[in-house]
Design a protein around this ligand. Structure first.
Ligand code: HAM
Length: 421
């Protein structure tokens, strides 16, 4: 049997209402905060991601879907959106049109990770990027949007963790201090952390190994080695969160797996989805635009994984909006009248009603079963003795009451009945 590729999932019709529910909420939220949607291609030249995310990160070194196309260009399916949005921002000089661009997106992403619950190889993110402002108001706004969307979805078991990575200069000085500390424990570190020690020392904080965690307990933290401006920036972000009654934990070990961050970083972690617990992550990236060839321009953003949000909602038994029921189902009583039905059904559909009928020559009983399965509001019977008297019988499915209506003004009668229901 031909199956979907490992880690890529079909979203079947029964699950689509969950996606509509989340997508509609997201669009409303971003509209209220005046973020404009941006859509970028599914693939980019590989350098967009390798230069932005960092060669030594897990994403670039082991997870990207990269291939050489027929014109010998190295192409990568997007593993995240920030680099792609920044590429588009520079290419179309969006900064010339307005000094601050508040952008949002909903898009599939691709990472060749080991699939498990909440971790896929094709997954979907929504997120936002505010490009062009240094103000901590923007860091706080991004965090507040992420937090509020998750709260509005009905989730309860989640925690917001924030940290500051400061500026590259203080981070470089700190890496030496951290290196000095870890050198003394080098032999006790896990193999993975030994590798990270040389390649990307901050990522040792992401280690799950209990031995590493024990060593890290007494490690110096970057947050205690920030410059004055970074401390001030972080304090303002925290004050705005406090003023907005957004609870958070400062987690000095939160380093994030992408290299472009400066100043604020954050994650929202769920208590209900198992080991893949990060519902969303983000932060400030003041050097990325310049790094990708643009004018020095600051930015801040976040992205959330939609599959993980759905998993968390299912695990916390949060209700999704039910799909809307059918307004009308035409049940055919006399088989020879079947050609009449599309005309009546389409008239109603054209005025905005949700209408269905039978296409499979099913028995009256089977048609009624179908109408019930679709939670139909009104069944219209076509045929029988009433039809010869130019009438339709209409059954209100909620109370079982049947009414006869003249066929020639059935459209207006049905609209009145449905509106009054
Ligand atoms: P990220 O932390 O790599 O950040 O991903 C954001 C979210 O995407 C994660 O918290 C998780 O919910 C979801 N996610 C990541 N990988 C997978 C996967 N394999 N399967 C399912 N869900 C996944 C970024 O992507 C940054 N671009 C965020 C950002 C925007 N920073 C600034 N602006």
């Amino acid at each position: 049997m031909i199956k979907a590729v490992t880690g890529a999932k079909d979203i079947l019709p029964n699950d689509i209402p969950k996606w509509y529910f989340i997508e509609e909420l997201i669009r409303n939220f971003f509209s209220n905060y005046n973020y404009k949607e941006i859509r970028t291609p599914i693939f980019e030249e590989t350098a967009v991601f390798s230069r932005a995310i960092g060669e030594e990160t897990d994403i670039v070194s082991k997870e990207m879907y990269t291939f050489v196309d027929r014109s010998e260009t190295s192409i990568t399916l997007k593993p995240e959106m920030t680099a792609a949005v920044v590429r588009a921002y520079i290419e179309h000089s969006l900064g010339n049109l307005q000094s601050l661009n508040k952008l949002f997106y909903i898009s599939p992403m691709f990472r060749q990770e080991r699939p498990q619950a909440g971790r896929l190889r094709q997954f979907h993110q929504f997120g936002a990027e505010a490009i062009g402002g240094l103000s901590p108001l923007l860091d706080a706004e991004i965090i507040i949007i992420a937090y509020s969307i998750i709260q509005k979805l009905g989730l309860k078991e989640f925690v917001l963790k924030i940290n500051s990575l400061g500026i590259p200069e203080s981070r470089e000085k700190y890496k030496v201090i951290l290196g000095d500390y870890l050198k003394n424990h080098f032999d006790e570190l896990s193999e993975e952390s030994k590798k990270r020690f040389h390649k990307n020392i901050l990522r040792i904080f992401d280690s799950k190994s209990p031995e590493d965690q024990e060593i890290l307990k007494n490690a110096p933290y970057l947050i205690n080695h920030l410059d004055e401006n970074s401390i001030e920036h972080f304090n303002i972000v925290k004050t705005i969160l406090d003023n907005n009654k957004i609870p958070y934990e400062v987690d000095p070990a939160l380093v994030r797996g992408l290299d472009y961050y400066t100043h604020t970083t954050f994650e929202i972690v769920s208590g209900s989805v198992g080991s893949q617990s990060a519902l969303c992550g983000g932060g400030r990236y003041d050097n990325l635009i310049e790094q990708l060839g643009g004018k020095p321009t600051p930015g801040v953003g976040f992205a959330a994984g939609i599959e993980r949000l759905i998993l968390a909602m299912e695990n916390e038994a949060v209700p999704f909006n039910e799909p809307s029921p059918l307004d009308v189902f035409f049940v055919l009583l006399d088989k020879d009248k079947y050609l009449l039905i599309p005309k009546f059904a389409n008239l109603l559909r054209n005025v905005g009603l949700k209408v269905e009928h039978d296409y499979l020559q099913r028995s009256i009983k089977a048609q009624m079963r179908e109408a019930n399965r679709e939670k139909t509001k009104f069944v219209v019977f076509v045929g029988g003795d009433e039809f010869t008297r130019n009438l339709f019988t209409v059954k209100n499915m909620s109370d079982g009451v049947q009414t006869e209506i003249p066929i020639e003004d059935s459209l207006s009668s049905l609209i009145t009945m449905i509106k009054g229901n």
